[in-house]
Design a protein around this ligand. Sequence first.
Ligand code: ADP
Length: 463
Amino acid sequence: MSIRAKLAWTFILLLIFGITAISSYSILFIRNYLLTEGEQQIINDTEWLAITIQNLRIDEDFETNLNEAARTSGYRLAIYDENGLLFADVPYYQELQANETIDENIASLVRNTQGSLLLNDAAGERLTSYVGLETIHNPAKYLQVSISKEQIYEPIKTIRWIIYTGMFISIGLVLIVSITFSRYISKPILQLESAAREIAGGNTSKSLNLDRNDEFGTLAESLNRMAEKLRADNIELKKLYQKQAQFFADITHEIRNPLHTIAGSIEMMQLSELNEDQRKKYLLTAERQTHRINRLFKDLVTLQRYDSDDQFIQKKRFDVNQAIQMIAELYESEASEKGLKLEASGHSFDVEADPDKIEQVLENLVSNAIKFTNSGTIKMSAKEENGEILVEVQDTGIGISEDHLERLFDRFYRTDKARSRDKGGTGLGLSVVKSILNAHSSEIHVESTPGDGSKFWFTLPKA
Ligand code: ADP
């Protein structure tokens, strides 16, 4: 059963039940009221009928007068003599039943009662009242006045008709109102249900405008927000998927290149006319390429661990200046081979970070600086600034143009792919730097002028 039908039936049943209950209660109340009124009336009437009958004489008009009294009062009148024998019964019986007597118990009750005695048998069909008579002109001793309850309830027939007509009109109105109201109530529910189904089916562009200020309006707004969030998440997921696809394409490309070179070198080495120097040259090329693949995998594993392992960083207190000096010594010879000066300056600064990972950051930055600088100086330094330790690696190299800066730290991004590969670069060095610093809640910054050189810097918290 639909929600609309359920609501309509609930209203209809509730209202019909309510209307029927009120109508029945009204009828019952009126019946009781009429009966109480009838009882009061019969007591009063019995008294004046007694006075009338006491004054009747036994003559030819006796029966006519009695009939007249019964007709005008609307009661059945039965008169018993002092022996309790019925001698007049109007207006029902024309002929008296022989030897019909008054109940002895009633007669004695009447005798002992001042005024009239009302007998109301709840299950009985008639309301009956008795009174004792003090007659001189006729032998009447007991007067029985009775009326059928149906007669008392007579006015209720009209009232009942009015109530039933009202009830049916009300039920009719209730039907119309219930159906209209249930439509009004269920319309937004149905709209919400259909919108939710569409959104669940993937139509995240679905937007619902109920134009209502109640809970349904709020629910519709929430649904719209949910669809919007889903839409944004979907776009994000698509981007992520594209990024991932690109990432795998890049890896494949990065591995295919050195493998290609290695395969070429092996092929060349198999040539019989090759002299020893040439063979050595191809061997060296193959060796370099295997190193490159090795480095690539190492960087990839590092990046993957930063993405998935929160415990990868083990922070402790260490002197960042010592780390700078150590890296400077390590790269001294490589720099001087290219005719570059490598300077490491600064005071001792204790920082709270992972020393191995910070050394890796410095290594990546210094090796890049050496790779992309043809002449001049490479400076490494640490200084205190705004309560933090600022670490800088600056070179006088080829520099990076502005349009590359935004994507410089993306995986496999290079300003000059061929040149980077020539220099044995994997295109992951700066991504690793960025990941390590992010894991330290820090950021890598770059400032560069093409032709003049570049400066990379980051901050670390003072220990
Ligand atoms: P790669 O293995 O190619 O060095 P990186 O992620 O370390 O990969 O660097 C990405 C690119 O950023 C490099 O290919 C180069 O184009 C540019 N780059 C990095 N450091 C410097 C620098 N000091 N001077 C000029 N260009 C740089």
